[in-house]
Design a protein around this ligand. Structure first.
Ligand code: SIN
Length: 481
């Protein structure tokens, strides 16, 4: 069983409160480890350490920072299996998916290790022969990250790697359900030789107290958060007092548009991968399928067949493709969405019930579910279900499909399947989303700028753009006389 303290200033410390909390396996509710229960006093210590480390870290050469990030990547690769198993234990996702996430997470260190060397400035022609204008890009300073439980490794590295590459230091607060993966990553950073205080980790169950302490501290110049739109809005209000920079990766409500010319088997493979990844607990998961009415029945039958074949259970068991939902609250939401859809006339093609795969598997399992003939009035089409439920809604025209897809306050990811190139270009350009997958249900990758429009967030993570979130632009105007 893993036991971790707080990682502050390069040391593992007890929490100021002297207390720890149990971390549970969502598949069978057994205790898999313990983490220190940090509070506002610990945040203060962590910010002290990050502020002390900043002058030295920000002055290191890009080459040095790059070398350290490469070592962290190597460390993650060496301990890939260990990280993946720990992630499955505390988060529940199938081991194969956890391994995929470790690779995805490590890729951010590799990518930003390389990007660290390309933080270029520019010179601007001045209006006078006796002036020069230089544009510098400098690290913003101490940063804070608040990360979710659904991707316990990748949502941390997607923030830490660009921050460190840019020359910033960081204090991270992982979700209380998944602090152990975060602590293991901190251990790997320590082993790689990251200087004390450059990365600090405060685990705990008092999310609001910890978040408030990070937000109130004017030494913290930027907050990056992944989580719900509701919490994102609260953080935004609180960040106003110290005018902090913000990156917010918030909720999604992803539509998948399937046109009549689609290769139905291939489209169903993509939709299934997109929907049921992480048991549907992914911000970019397909949340609603819009299919051309001429292929509705046939396509729905294929999707139902694929969903039926998915094996549900403890993520550590061989062949399992869908793990448990994170907790009772998540299960209640899924159940209430399905009930609401059925009460309003949706047909259940497969699933629709909670599940007990075996005596020992006492967690919150739910059958992969396909609902046909859902409507815009139903909660499954209005809200993010965050579970293994796939609603299908038929459309007549491209215009109607686009209107349905865009009719939401969210704008994170959207997908379409077509073999018509003109349609692919036309529709992808009109979808009001930060990420569009054309015949691709799994577009996430370290080198692309992940992020949303509308109430799905601010800023981008990943890709060349992701590092800009951690850099201030300064210009220097130099008179030569
Ligand atoms: C998320 O659910 O926020 C992250 C998913 C991804 O990176 O693909």
């Amino acid at each position: 069983m893993k036991r971790y303290g707080l990682f502050i200033g390069g040391e593992w410390l007890e929490a100021s409160s002297g207390t720890t909390f149990d971390v549970l396996n969502p598949a069978d509710r057994t205790v898999v480890g313990q983490a220190a229960a940090g509070n506002a006093a610990d945040v203060n210590k962590a910010v002290d350490a990050a502020a002390r480390a900043f002058p030295d870290w920000s002055k290191r050469t890009a080459r040095e920072r790059s070398g350290l990030l490469a070592k962290i990547y190597d460390g993650m690769m060496k301990r890939k299996e260990e990280i993946a198993r720990l992630m499955t234990l505390e988060q529940g996702k199938p081991l194969g998916e956890a391994r995929g996430e470790v690779q995805y997470a490590a890729d951010f260190f590799q990518w930003y290790g390389e990007e660290a060397k390309r933080i270029y400035g520019e010179t601007i022609p001045a209006n006078s022969p006796d002036k020069r204008i230089w544009v510098l890009r400098q690290p913003v300073g101490v940063t804070a990250a608040i990360t979710p439980w659904n991707f316990p490794a990748a949502m941390i590295t997607r923030k830490v790697a660009p921050a460190l590459a840019a020359g910033c230091t960081m204090v991270a607060k992982p979700a209380e359900q998944t602090p152990l993966t975060a602590a293991l990553l901190a251990e790997i950073m320590q082993e790689a030789g990251l200087p004390p205080g450059v990365f600090n980790l405060v685990t705990g169950t008092q999310a609001e107290e910890i978040g408030d302490a990070l937000l109130a501290d004017s030494r913290v110049r930027k907050l990056t958060f992944t989580g719900s739109t509701e919490v994102g809005k609260t953080l935004m209000r609180k960040a106003a007092d110290t005018v902090k920079r913000l990156s917010l990766e918030l909720g999604g409500q992803a539509p998948y548009l399937v046109f009549a010319d689609a290769d139905l088997e291939q489209a169903a493979i993509e939709v299934t991968a997109s929907k049921f990844r992480n048991a549907g607990q992914t911000c970019v998961c397909t949340n609603r399928v819009y299919v051309h009415h001429s292929i509705k029945e046939e396509f729905a039958a294929i999707l139902a067949r694929y969903a039926q074949e998915l094996k549900v259970g403890n993520g550590l068991h061989e062949g399992v493709q869908i793990g448990p939902l994170i907790d009772e609250q998540a299960l209640d939401k899924v159940e209430s969405h399905v009930r609401d859809a059925v009460d309003q006339g949706a047909r259940v093609l497969t699933g629709g019930r909670k599940l007990r795969p075996s005596e020992q598997e006492t967690g919150c399992f739910y059958e992969p579910t396909v609902l046909l003939d859902t409507t815009e009035k139903m909660r499954v089409e209005q809200e993010e279900t965050f579970g293994p439920v796939l609603p299908i809604h038929a459309f007549e025209t491209e215009e109607e499909a686009l209107a349905l897809a865009n009719n939401t306050p969210y704008g994170l990811a959207a997908y379409l399947y077509t073999r018509d190139l003109s349609r692919a270009v036309r529709v992808s350009e009109r979808l009001e989303y930060g990420i569009v997958g054309v015949n691709d249900g799994m577009p996430s990758t370290a080198q692309a700028p992940f992020g949303g429009m509308k109430q799905s967030g601010l800023g981008r993570e990943g890709g060349r753009q992701g590092i800009d979130e951690y850099l201030e632009v300064k210009y220097v105007s130099v008179g030569l006389k």
